[in-house]
Design a protein around this ligand. Sequence first.
Ligand code: GCW
Length: 680
Amino acid sequence: MEHIAVTRTPHLPSLPVDPSVHPAWLPQAAFAPLGSRRVAVAVDDSPVARTVLAEVTAAVAAHGGESVAPGAADVELALRPDAAADPEAFTLTRAAGVVAVTAADARGLLYGLYHLVRLGEEAFTGADGTWTIAPHTPLRMLDHWDNIAVHPVMGQVERGYAGGSIFYDDGAVRADLTRVAQYARLLAASGINRVAINNVNVGPLETRLLDDLLPDVARIAGVFRPYGITTHVSVSWAAPVRLGGLTTSDPFAPEVQEWWARAADRVWAAVPDFGGFVIKADSEGQPGPFAYGRTHADGANMLAAAVAPHGGLIHWRAFVYNHQQDWRDRRTDRAKAAYEHFAPYDGTFADNVIVQIKHGPLDFQVREAMSPAIAAMPGTRVAPEFQVTTEYLGHQKHAVYLGRMWSQLLGFPYWGTGGRTLADVAAGRHPDGDGTRVGGLAAVSNVGDDVFWTGHPLAQANLYAWGRLTWDPSADPVAILDEWIGLTFPDAPAVVRETLHAVLDESWETYEQYTAPLGVCFMVQPGSHYGPSPDGYEYSPWGTYHFADRDGIGVDRTRATGTGFTGQYPAPWCDVYESLETCPDELLLFFHHVPYTHVLHSGKTVVQHVYDTHFEGLERVLESVRRWTETLDAFPADLADRVTERFAEQVRSTTDWRDVINTYFLRHSGVPDAHARQIF
Ligand code: GCW
């Protein structure tokens, strides 16, 4: 490897810094500690190496430091290669006033550089020592549900709450991808290394990403590449018919196999380091192998064979269920679907298939049980899927920090306290596995072309936290929140940082308080999924019911008397959830149908719990608004205005939730509030 020094590099890429867009967690000030020092960089000439050089060059130019040749005297920071095994890992050494970051290749150096940015001055003044830091899993992914053609119902970005798409504008890939480059930089600085660039609901225009729109895919991949980010595309199972004019998509048909192999050849010819395909098949109307009497393993393995010669991956989604269920049918339980469709095929998926499974068995609710399917496939590479976009969590109109929720989910001990967790399974460390089935972590992104990226400026914290947790799922989500606050608002006085912390820290729990209680799920407005509608899905085909009547509420998912869903869990959870004695309060209504007067472990009845949490939830939001109002002058006016506007909507919406849910429970149960507060 030929190493070049920053001082001898004539054509560095310029960093994608656009002053009209909020810098998120990479404001210029965050680079001051690094940029005020004498820095030596020795790297190869790869695209990522050039990013490392560009970052250092820009930082020292802005902050009075100096780029010096490797080996120069009085170097304060050195970034240079070593022979480490993991190409994304780096080693940080602090000794005798010199900080060195070493890594096997430029990706590790880039992560090391952003690590220094996060540490700030502490990076240079802390105690001497050596730390080797490696990501938890090699697949740390964000999926975009962005459409190229504006969808008549879902718009430019399905479940997007931050304006238009950074990739597409009204039927075409944007000519100017500067925002994508800025995004890539933010993602690299948080730890993400893979992005799927289009919606898993693939329309006719998006199908053409495999064909005449390939040059656009190559352009986007070219923007992500310098940041160590690999590009993936979502594909339609029906592509051979839609695009290739075949009469079938049967995975066993030779012409279909041949079509996909040629499609893969084309894609990798255009983008040699392409990542692979994401696919939603036989799900919510998307075509799939069921039409041909084939299984999901048949479908996934056929695609896997097509991309294998190129080293590609297939992310095959397990969000497969009957969305045309008859609500009168009490035997079918949507929660059981992913396990039933996938677990029987464990061990039969090809090596380059990743089965992507939503963390909950329903759909990204504020509180639902863990998906048992994730734990059921020791012989399969699994990527649990999360939502950074807040489809069921307030549409980035409510201030809801999700780090604590994800941390809890990632640390869920599927085989009991102290045992392997969801994050372990994602990294291939299944207790019954052979350790080779390394999966990853995936989530749906929350950005758009909004000037603050995420609609609600404070929702940036979620994007940041997601990246950081994919890198290290054991990281403290509260520390991540403070890290985000420190980076994003570097000059803010302590009181402002305390306010942001207070507003966000327990905001997930607050959101849970004022929305659907005790794991009951889906009391949202149908379609939009914003605002309360307790019976909105009760008589619908979507399989998301709570069965409230005058006596009680909740879904009996026990083996003894219900749908038997509890039987999909390994011990101890199959028994913990089965029993009313041991089922945790917060999931009570997910697993059991109980009277409104059932007494929780907390000592309260279900109905009194509902009243109390809903009154308290609004109080907590009002307290957040009070704190925010006290410090809002410390923020730039445009950001302050945006957050203030969002809080006004949050208060309106939370009041709505409180009153609708409380009234619903009062009318159904006839049990008055013990404190005689106003319910309608
Ligand atoms: O939560 C549901 C959403 C759909 C989405 C689907 C999925 C992309 O309401 O908008 O479609 O999940 O995950 O496929």
